[in-house]
Design a protein around this ligand. Structure first.
Ligand code: R5P
Length: 287
């Protein structure tokens, strides 16, 4: 095991960074950050000339700025790896209308590191734009293991079927369903705006089963609520929600629970109260 590796936690990923340092039994740097009165961010890392691993998700613009500051602050390190567990703007992965910025590409191009790791990034095509070898880690087995543990107790999860709320989530859902030995299905979704989606009505074989809606990201919760309504119409027993990245913008959690969902399960790529499934070991293994 390499002992000279330092984990550098960014402000958005302190808990996860602590978990990775623990898994690797390596040092966790004491990163200092605060805001100046005008709102600008200050960031300082200890002097380290060994191998550093910066861990910082970028759900907000200020988190992305902190990531750039972290990379700059580590310019004396012998080697810099960057882990971006949740890479914000990844959904703007192409030009949907002429003249648009391909935001994911723009932001990836500004990241310079020896190695970059993302986790279930929305479109892995973005990896080519990082300046450094980039790898997308797959948290599907981590989610699968969590659901498998629940399935051992029928009061927690009984006769599950895993549902992709759009075609983009099918690979993730198939992988988790195979891990569990469960059936899966998908729904066709059309997005009209950032917070409006419609889904195509479909007959689903979920009657009397516990349905788990699994998506990469939950943002406003609109996708989950519509999918949950369809599952109930088709006679699902209980409806659970799982995701990799619990963005949970605005009142998403309230909307989801108001729709009668049993619970939200998510990984800790984002530090939220529902982030009970850790990807720390997944990152540690990759490093
Ligand atoms: C989009 O393609 C993503 O995979 C998610 O389905 C989307 O981010 C969910 O957004 P919302 O929670 O706002 O419906």
């Amino acid at each position: 095991m390499e002992t000279s590796m330092y984990i550098i936690p960014g402000p958005a990923s302190q808990v996860l960074a602590g978990g990775v340092a623990r898994a690797l039994q390596c040092s966790l740097a004491d990163t200092e950050f605060f805001r100046f009165p005008d709102g600008e961010q200050y960031l300082r890392v200890p002097d380290i000339d060994d191998h550093v691993v910066i861990i910082q998700s970028t759900p907000a613009d200020s988190d992305y700025i902190a990531l750039l500051q972290l990379i700059d602050a580590c310019d004396t390190a012998g080697r810099v790896d960057v882990v971006i567990p949740y890479f914000g703007y990844a959904r703007q992965d192409r030009r949907f209308k002429s003249g648009e910025s391909v935001s994911a590409r723009a932001l990836a191009r500004a990241i310079t590191a020896d190695r970059v790791f993302t986790i279930n990034v929305h479109n892995s095509g973005v990896l080519q734009y990082f300046d450094g070898a980039a790898t997308d880690l797959d948290a599907a087995p981590v989610i699968g293991a969590h659901l498998a543990a629940m399935k051992t107790k029928t009061d927690e999860l009984d006769n599950p079927v895993i549902i992709a709320p759009d075609k983009g989530a099918v690979d993730l859902v198939r992988s988790v369903a195979e891990y569990l030995g469960a059936d899966f299905d998908y729904i066709e979704k059309t997005r009209h705006s950032g917070d409006t989606v419609t889904i195509k009505t479909k007959k689903l074989d979920v009657s009397g089963k516990d349905a788990v809606i699994l998506d990469d990201i939950i943002s406003t919760g609109g996708t989950i609520v519509k999918t949950s309504d369809l599952l109930r119409e088709n006679g699902a027993n209980r409806v659970f929600v799982a995701c990799i990245h619990p963005v949970l913008a605005r009142n998403a959690a309230t909307r989801i629970f108001s729709a009668g969902i049993e619970g939200i399960m998510a990984t800790d790529t984002l530090d939220r109260s529902v982030s009970g499934i850790s990807v720390a070991q997944l990152i540690a293994d990759a490093l």
